[in-house]
Design a protein around this ligand. Structure first.
Ligand code: 3H9
Length: 714
């Protein structure tokens, strides 16, 4: 059994310490320990009260997520928490770090809650396709009201201790020794009261909310926007409606259990838990030991004050790390700093940042025109446009000016890291850090490992990516890395479907109904159709078949959202796509010129061809060892490309379809294009062996170096 609870006594107070490193989830051993320790404390006449705390730096991170869907040992969580709530001796939860999910639910079963300043609480179960199923949906609305409780449960955001105190979740904050403060607090309460409050008895806020449909309507409209396609949020709302409308706490608990079970059995739960663990596994590099030394990053340099450079700088400033941002002339640097300021002001205006925090954060970013100002930086990230020659020049300058032990990183989305490393005297310190736009918002960071990148460099970049709150995934240095390589096949299929007979709106609607944030043509309009067109013109290359329509739109001055005309039309200042029937003539003409007889195409075919193109390419990436594992590709697609988290990522989705079915579909599509749809060897092998992605044998060696394309960035 995993985890335990340590029992000690200070004076007349029993101290129960949940011990299940690193974050003390409520695994089987903890549940057994809690039951036994509460029985022990309650049967000992010398004990007047109980304090519950977590070992190390966490209170309790919730139920043990790895137990869901498994046969569990020991008492269930409800029985365990009933033992706490029914304790004859008063109980104080002494919160010493995150108290999340079942952790907060445990604290809500105690009579009182006291926390350190740095602690935070939350009910993030919705991110796992679940709801707070250990009384959270019934108890939290009773102490802070259903409106605020719904916000906490539906956003899954943590609430810092001070705010939790103001909301009424906590009774006190400890600024000194937590256990000493908790004992004093408990003794004061014992002196003052003969009985101690239980949240189950507090009904006032629920009665007040009865008949107020606004609370539920607001929650539903948030879910429709922010959690489109997810099952659990609706279940959470139903639980809170039950709390509001049922007089009896236990009746509400019954409803919660019913709705929880439905979440537990729902396929989204498994998909989202796959994402939870995938996110954490991605941070581990198979051949880089955990104990690899890392260097400290105390100062960061950025080369290029454009959109990407500015966004990257903001990430470090937000984490309190000073940044020097360099560009070649004053005009660029002024423009870049103006955009950074504007982005921060936007956050202040929206109430997401306090003015004084903004001022402090902006003050961490220093503009510069001089390479020498980067000399003491611990890492410098180059973020200029995609031109290998230019990058070579910049890296030569950096190598000359920046201290030799510093890491030099490039934000390239597809140029050869080894070629960049070759112009420096420190190839072991060269690494790719591919941020996604907008870099201050998007979670994904592709960390690209060159031939000579050292373990120390990789481990340092992985560590710093956590500090700036990015989800880092490692890719070998191969064309397109992971994300853009997979995207190529997906975009190709979208364009082929357009040539064969579907319209952009049909394709986008089908992909969005599948769950992606944005269909491929809306995405192309957002990025700008002209990027590829201009690059091809510059290089003097013809439009490939799949780009012929987009390039013709550009010839007609339709560049996408930037000039309000692309595959769609846009009204001034709006990003909402409107139909563009005037384009149809172009689509039909190019189809005909290229020998296509346009036909009716079903939404199912659209989804299969776009999504299975991702899957087949993903299988090739895996067999070539470019990605370490299938779940890494799921994490890339969810965090960087808007793939629905509730489908678990493209590779997990393929597993859930069944790889034999996937293979059958690919073979069917070979009638359309036998080369493109040739199934990856790995996929054939897994399907034959009735295995899934994730069950494939590890591949840790690359299959030879691949040639990088001459043009990237579209
Ligand atoms: C729930 O409570 C349901 C109930 O309402 C009802 C039940 C009936 N379980 O994130 P980190 C592991 S659902 C198992 O890297 P950090 C994690 O995998 C739960 N394992 O650390 C990792 O393992 P490894 C609701 C867990 O400092 C290691 O701990 N609760 C759990 O960046 C370190 O994690 C949540 O959703 C868990 N509950 O962040 C909270 N939590 O080292 C989920 C973590 O082998 N947890 N692990 O890769 C978190 O949000 C973060 O882990 C936390 C720490 C903020 C606590």
């Amino acid at each position: 059994m995993k985890g335990t609870v340590n029992y000690s006594v200070v004076g007349n107070v029993a101290i129960l310490e949940v011990d299940n490193p690193p974050v003390n989830p409520l695994s089987s051993g903890v549940r057994v320990g809690l039951k036994e320790c509460f029985e022990k404390a309650n049967s000992d006449d010398s004990i007047t009260g109980i304090i519950l705390k977590g070992a190390g730096n966490a209170f309790i991170a919730g139920a043990d997520i790895s137990e869901f869907g498994q046969q569990v040992e020991g008492p269930d969580l409800h029985t365990t928490l009933a033992g706490i709530e029914l304790s004859e001796k008063p109980v104080v939860a002494a919160i010493n770090g995150p108290a999340l999910g079942g952790g907060l639910e445990t604290a809500l079963c105690c009579n009182y809650r006291i926390a350190t300043q740095n602690s935070f609480v939350g009910l993030p179960e919705v991110n796992l396709g679940l709801l707070p199923g250990a009384g959270g949906t019934q108890r939290l609305p009773r102490i802070i009201g259903p409106d605020k409780a719904l916000t906490i449960m539906l956003t899954a955001e943590g609430v810092q201790a001070q705010k939790a105190l103001e909301m009424g979740i906590l009774d006190e904050i400890s600024n000194n020794d937590l256990i000493e403060d908790a004992i004093n607090f408990l003794e004061k309460k014992i002196k003052q009261n003969s009985s101690h409050p239980k949240i189950r008895d507090a009904n006032e806020m629920l009665v007040e909310a009865r008949g107020n449909s606004e609370i539920i309507d607001k929650a539903k409209s948030y879910v429709a926007k922010a959690r489109r396609g997810q099952f659990a949020p609706g279940q959470i709302i139903k639980c809170v409606e039950s709390a509001i409308n049922l007089d009896d706490f236990d009746e509400g608990m019954k409803k919660e259990s019913e709705y929880f079970l439905e979440c537990l059995m729902h396929p989204q739960r498994e998909a989202m838990i796959n994402v939870f663990f995938g996110q954490r596994t991605a941070a581990k590099i198979k051949d880089v030991p955990r104990e690899t030394p890392t260097s400290e990053i105390k100062a960061v340099g950025i080369v290029g004050a454009g959109t990407m450079g500015g966004g990257i700088a903001m990430n470090f400033a937000n984490a309190g790390i000073p940044v020097t941002i360099l560009d070649q002339d004053q005009e660029n640097i002024d423009r870049g700093m103006k955009v950074i300021n504007k982005n921060y002001q936007f956050m202040v205006d929206r109430g997401r940042m306090k003015e004084e925090v903004k001022n402090k954060t902006v003050a961490l970013i220093t503009p510069s025109l001089d390479y020498d100002s980067l000399k003491d930086c611990d890492i410098v990230i180059e973020a200029v446009y995609e031109n290998l020659e230019l990058k070579h020049k910049i890296f030569m300058e950096l190598d000359k000016h920046v201290k030799p032990e510093a890491i030099l990183a490039t934000n390239t989305s597809g140029l050869d890291i080894d070629s960049i490393a070759s112009v420096t005297n420190r190839p072991e310190k060269i690494v790719g850090t591919h941020f996604f736009s907008p870099a201050n918002i998007m979670k994904l960071l592709e960390v690209v490992r060159g031939e000579n990148t050292s373990n120390e460099t990789l481990a340092t970049v992985m560590k710093i990516s956590k500090a700036i709150k990015k989800t880092a995934v490692v890719s070998l240095n191969a064309p397109g890395f992971i994300g853009n390589r997979m995207l190529l096949g997906y975009s190709k299929q979208a364009n082929m479907l357009l040539l064969e007979g579907a319209l952009p709106s049909q394709i986008d609607n089908a992909i969005e109904a599948f769950g992606l944030n944005m269909g491929p043509f809306r995405m192309m309009d957002l990025i700008g159709l002209d990027l590829g067109w201009r690059a091809r013109k510059l290089a003097g290359v013809d439009s490939p078949l799949t780009n012929k329509i987009a390039d013709t739109l550009c010839e007609n001055e339709r560049f996408g959202q930037k000039n309000s005309k692309g595959f769609y039309n846009y009204s001034e200042g709006s990003r909402a796509p409107n139909p563009a029937p005037e384009n149809e003539e172009i689509y039909f003409k190019i189809s005909e010129e290229n020998g296509f007889t346009r036909r009716e195409i079903s939404d199912e075919e659209i989804v299969d061809r776009c999504i299975l193109a991702l899957v087949n390419e993903g299988a090739k990436i895996l067999e070539e060892g470019v990605a370490q594992r299938a779940s890494d590709m799921d994490i890339v697609y969810i965090n960087g490309y808007g793939f629905p988290v509730w489908r678990g990522g493209p590779m997990f989705y393929a597993n859930s379809l069944g790889l034999d079915k996937v293979l059958e579909k690919l073979k069917g599509f070979q009638k359309i294009d036998s080369d493109f749809w040739k199934p990856a060897d790995l996929l054939e092998k897994l399907a034959k062996d009735e295995l899934k992605f994730g069950e494939a044998p590890d591949i840790n060696e690359r299959k030879g170096k691949m040639k990088f394309p001459d043009i990237v960035g579209y």
